[in-house]
Ligand binder design. Structure first.
Ligand code: 3PG
Length: 303
């Protein structure tokens, strides 16, 4: 029987489906220090972002000669040492399209939250305050959104903000994209100068580090907004905090952090930020789609 370890859980229906299809799916979280040893008894490992599948874990697992596949139920594979896995003959797969709508909707949620002080006023009203005069926001309609990264999620954001009357510009490491031909392409530095809102939709590459740091922020319009529902490391949190304090950046919507859970309370508690705890893909629908895709990957792989 094919044994699959679900180390960060999986949608209920998908778990039932795996059992029906003859997989032995173990829905249990094994801590990092014991994971490599435990994986000697599994054919496949399924994770979200919580489990860090490091080199030492993969090497230890490989000693068991059983592990063949690691599946990231989600998009970003930055929590998996893909290079080592592939070198050792272990395949790595993800579910790239399943959560695009969920992340795009959260991105919009943060845009509304910061532009209309929804996040801030939720806090102050709960403290018994009525700060109506303080919360004069701006409209998204007529503003320019600069998308950094032109992949599946960015596309879903672009479609949605167009309906709000926003102008969309984009940049991408691969240059102009056919799929984005209705939007204006600009190199990053030019995009930063033109955008009222900047939203990142790129993976984290630790060899490159932050894509938005002090220098890039200095190019942004005074009073622009920054949204990050991609990965913590792509924005330099210190530079962002400084820009929020000076007012260079009027507001930031943040779902992802350099360290998670984040202890950067100065940033999290800043009155001009809207924060969520990495819940971009955490919708019922996205998790169902991810679960279904994981089942289908496992079926195809082991049939
Ligand atoms: C992803 O890369 O799919 C998202 O960041 C979601 O991560 P999660 O599965 O840990 O919620």
């Amino acid at each position: 029987m094919i044994r699959v370890l679900l180390n960060d859980g999986l949608d209920k229906k998908a778990i039932a489906n795996l059992a029906e299809k003859g997989f032995e799916a173990v829905n249990q979280h094994i801590a990092d220090e014991d994971l490599g040893e435990a994986l000697k008894d599994y054919d496949a490992l399924v994770v979200r972002s919580a489990t860090k599948v490091r080199e030492d874990i993969i090497r230890k697992a490989k000693d068991g000669q059983r592990l063949k596949l690691i599946i990231r139920g989600g998009v970003g594979v930055d929590n998996i040492d893909v290079k080592t896995a592939i070198q050792l003959g272990i395949d790595v797969k993800n579910t790239p399209g399943a959560s695009s709508a969920a992340v795009a909707e959260l991105t919009l949620g943060h845009m509304f939250a910061v532009s209309r002080f929804i996040a801030a006023s939720n806090v102050t009203m709960r403290e018994g305050k009525w700060e109506k005069k303080k919360y004069k926001g701006i409209e998204l309609s007529g503003k320019t959104l600069g998308l950094i990264g032109a992949g599946r999620i960015a596309k879903q954001v672009a479609i949605r903000v167009k309906a709000l009357g926003m102008n969309v510009i984009y940049t991408d490491i691969l240059g102009e994209k056919e799929d984005f031909k209705e939007y204006k392409y600009l190199p990053l530095n030019e995009l930063l100068k033109e955008a009222d809102f900047v939203s990142l939709h790129i993976p984290y590459d630790k060899t490159k580090g932050a894509v938005i740091g002090e220098e890039e922020i200095s190019l942004m319009k005074d009073g622009a907004y920054l949204i990050n529902c991609a990965r913590g490391g792509v924005v330099d949190e210190e530079a962002l905090l400084e820009a929020l304090n000076t007012g260079k950046i009027a507001g930031a919507g943040i779902d992802v952090y350099k360290e998670e859970p984040s202890a950067n309370l100065e940033l999290i508690k800043h009155p001009n930020v809207s924060v969520t705890p990495h819940i971009g893909a955490s919708t019922k629908e996205a998790q169902e789609r991810i679960g279904a895709e994981v089942v289908s990957i496992l079926e195809k792989y082991f049939k």
